[in-house]
Design a protein around this ligand. Structure first.
Ligand code: A3P
Length: 287
């Protein structure tokens, strides 16, 4: 894909954000604590939304932390170069983000009692969200040709490797008691229900008002107004916000405005082929 990339154990990563050393640290050296909570996604699947939800749950619905600490510092990605510095600021239980595929995840996690929340999104909407992200983020050369983006996506030619491998890799943990998965579309349809399920998984007992507060302060409209969550504090040389917002639309099904019928059929065929061995259905397939 059109960024300055390198391969680490078969997946693509970006120079300046990642390095062999940061990936090796994440995989082999990082010490997972038993109360760590990992927010894992393939990029553009709702990572920042889940950062907000998890931080609000951690603070019993109180938005003060979300309004005073930048989201990518509250819940940094542990595979990136900057993490070793950010790590020192984290309070327990740490909420740590990651886009790593399952096979490159921290080895110490698998011996711990830590928990993973894995959020997935309709891959067609992931493609659309990514299309607009390439227009504003310095890492990417703007992609004009939407078909080229679809082809790159289905061929696994992008940051963090193939979406299909990512989902299939993580779904190996679907019956593990330390693993919780949810889709972006379920969260959109019933955010409160999602928060209640997350609280149960995390062993957090929030009352109704606290749950309402989590939902309210993690809503797209609230996050868009919160400068600690909307990425407006990212320097202009990293994110050119004259060309678009990080919090763009926050809806499901925007792919219908971007895929032609032929592109949608082409994608669906590949999707069915690649996903058939998983024997699972996902909420976005019903929409
Ligand atoms: P769109 O570009 O489709 O609007 P990530 O955080 O993994 O990079 O994902 C970014 C996508 O999640 C963007 O999608 C963004 O708008 C959406 N998003 C972020 N916060 C959201 C929220 N509170 N509700 C719904 N969507 C949200």
């Amino acid at each position: 894909m059109s960024f300055d990339h390198f391969y680490y154990k078969g997946a693509q990563f970006a120079h300046t954000v990642h390095s062999e050393s940061s990936l090796n640290y994440a995989e082999n050296e990082f010490e997972v604590l038993d109360d760590d909570v990992f927010n894992v996604t393939y990029p553009k699947s709702g990572t920042n939304w889940m950062i907000e939800i998890l931080n609000l749950i951690k603070h019993d619905g109180d938005p003060t932390t979300c309004q005073s600490i930048l989201n990518f510092e509250r819940s940094p990605w542990f595979e990136i170069e900057a993490f070793k510095e950010q790590e020192k600021q984290l309070s327990q239980p740490r909420i740590i983000s990651s886009h790593l595929p399952h096979q490159l995840f921290a080895k110490s996690f698998f011996k711990s009692k830590a928990k993973i929340i894995y959020t997935m999104r309709n891959p067609k909407d992931v493609i659309v969200s990514f299309f607009y992200f390439t227009k504003i983020h310095y890492l990417f050369k703007e992609i004009e040709n939407f078909q080229e983006l679809i082809d790159n996506f289905v061929n696994g030619n992008g940051l963090y490797g193939s979406w299909f491998d990512h989902v299939k890799g993580w779904m190996q943990m679907k019956d593990d008691s330390r693993f919780f998965y949810i889709t972006y579309e379920e969260l959109l349809k019933d955010p409160r229900g999602g928060v209640v399920r997350l609280c149960k998984f995390l062993g957090k007992q929030l009352d109704d008002a606290q749950i309402d507060s989590v939902v309210k302060h993690s809503a797209f409209s609230t996050m868009k107004e919160n400068k600690m969550s909307n990425w407006t504090q990212v320097p202009a040389e990293v994110l050119d916000q004259t060309k678009g917002s990080f919090l763009r639309k926050g809806i499901s099904g925007d792919w219908k405005n971007h895929f032609t019928v032929a592109q949608s059929e082409y994608f669906d065929k590949i999707y069915q082929e690649k996903m058939k061995d998983l024997n699972m259905s996902f909420y976005w397939e019903q929409l």
